[in-house]
Design a protein around this ligand. Structure first.
Ligand code: ZN
Length: 399
């Protein structure tokens, strides 16, 4: 193999590193590297020197080549400063002083961790998982402390650092995760917001969480708070489901199984139902008048949600609230109370429409990061994995 090709393949940028020998050791390939004498600056007194003091062979792991690991033996020079008698090793770009693999291998391994598990990334690059984890722990990812115009605060079940839920702060307009917080407590979110430059932040999108609202009010004063459309409508579907499950419990086995399987069917918007599905729904609703009532309420809210604009939303919401109030279903009374409490924020969601795409993107990143890591118990590692995945994806998209 040509020497310059080896140098290139190993990602070596040091001009004074040369291939001395390349050999096939049957179960691995061996590249011996040597360096040329180069004028050095003494790290102590800053004087220049070319006086060689001695050598040391450093074993370094290279990339996998045609399924065989490549070992590098690097002869490093130790220099002597003739001014202050200090001895020191030459500085090389290709490998950090205490590392046992090249920077190129490390970069590749880190890139793989953004799209796969640590174990897979380690296997592909010939590193041990532990070494890769240590490398990942040392790797710094910058998060901005300047928050954008519109942020969202959302929770997810990360099960890390002894907390079931973590909080993700996202840039709504740019559809990006800004930061990940260790839990969803008022104080955590408040301190985080206070530690940031929030002078540009005008809009906060959130789910119907009292603690998020409290934290935002305490830290940001009076921004425009918008209830996340997906989150509040979910409550309507959950209420319908509560009724369905209650009814289900009273049924005989055959009917119970049929009811159990019809969750999604009942959730579907009526205008999307095929004739056959419509017939199935009708049969289900005949079983129990309470279920029919819950189903009708869901449809009323669904229609309001999908067909209203900033002008009609308020009137429509009042009608929905009245309908829920008039019903005898406890689950929908709860929805009514929540919607009343968050009326302002819910109505704002019709004024300032944000594509829910950001939530999908964010949730997907988190879901994939969690799956790739088989439940990371360490919060910092989970956070880094999420942010790192986003960073690498962004970099790849730009290429
Ligand atoms: Zn010196």
């Amino acid at each position: 193999m040509q020497n310059h090709f080896i140098i290139e393949m190993l990602g070596i940028k040091d001009k004074h590193v040369d291939v001395w020998d390349f050999s096939d050791q049957s179960d691995y390939l061996l590249v011996e590297l040597r360096t040329k004498v180069k004028k050095q600056k003494c790290p102590v007194c800053k004087e220049k020197t070319k006086r060689v003091h001695g050598y040391r062979n450093q074993k370094i792991q290279g990339p996998i080549m045609s399924n065989r690991p490549l070992q590098i033996s690097l002869r490093k020079r130790r220099y002597l400063c003739v001014d202050c008698n200090h001895t020191f090793y030459e500085k090389l770009q290709m490998v950090e002083r205490y590392q046992r693999c090249t920077n190129a291998v490390q970069t590749t391994a880190l890139t793989y961790t953004a799209v796969g598990s640590f174990t897979t990334a380690a296997q592909l690059t010939g590193m041990t998982t532990n070494r890769l984890l240590r490398l990942f722990n040392r790797h710094k990812i910058e998060t901005t402390k300047v928050l954008p115009r519109a942020i969202s605060i959302d929770e997810f079940k990360g099960d890390a650092g002894g907390e079931r839920f973590q909080t993700v702060i996202a840039d709504v307009e740019n559809k990006e995760i800004v930061d990940v917080l260790p839990d969803r407590k008022v104080d955590t979110i408040k301190s985080y917001l206070q530690s940031c430059d929030t002078s540009r932040t005008e809009i906060v999108v959130m789910d119907l969480s009292k603690s998020f609202k409290q934290a935002v009010r305490k830290a940001l004063g009076n921004p425009l708070i918008i209830a996340d459309r997906f989150h509040y409508m979910r409550q309507v579907y959950w209420a319908l489901d509560e009724v369905r499950r209650e009814v289900q419990r009273e049924l005989d086995k055959k009917a119970r199984i049929r009811m159990k399987r019809s969750k999604k069917l009942l959730w579907k918007s009526t205008y999307k139902l095929s004739e056959e599905e419509q017939e199935k729904v009708n049969q289900l609703l005949q079983i129990h008048s309470g279920l029919r009532e819950a189903y009708d309420l869901k449809n009323k809210l669904d229609q309001w949600f999908k067909e209203s604009d900033e002008v009609t939303a308020m009137q429509g919401l009042e009608e929905c609230l009245m309908a829920m109030n008039a019903s005898k279903i406890e689950a929908f009374h709860k929805v009514m109370k929540t919607f009343k409490r968050w009326k302002q924020e819910i109505l704002q969601s019709f004024m300032y429409r944000f594509n829910n795409g950001y939530i999908e993107g964010v949730n997907n990143t988190i879901k994939v990061s969690k799956r790739m890591s088989y439940g990371i118990k360490d919060f910092e590692r989970l956070k880094k994995k999420i942010l790192w995945r986003q960073e690498v994806r962004r970099a790849l998209a730009l290429v």
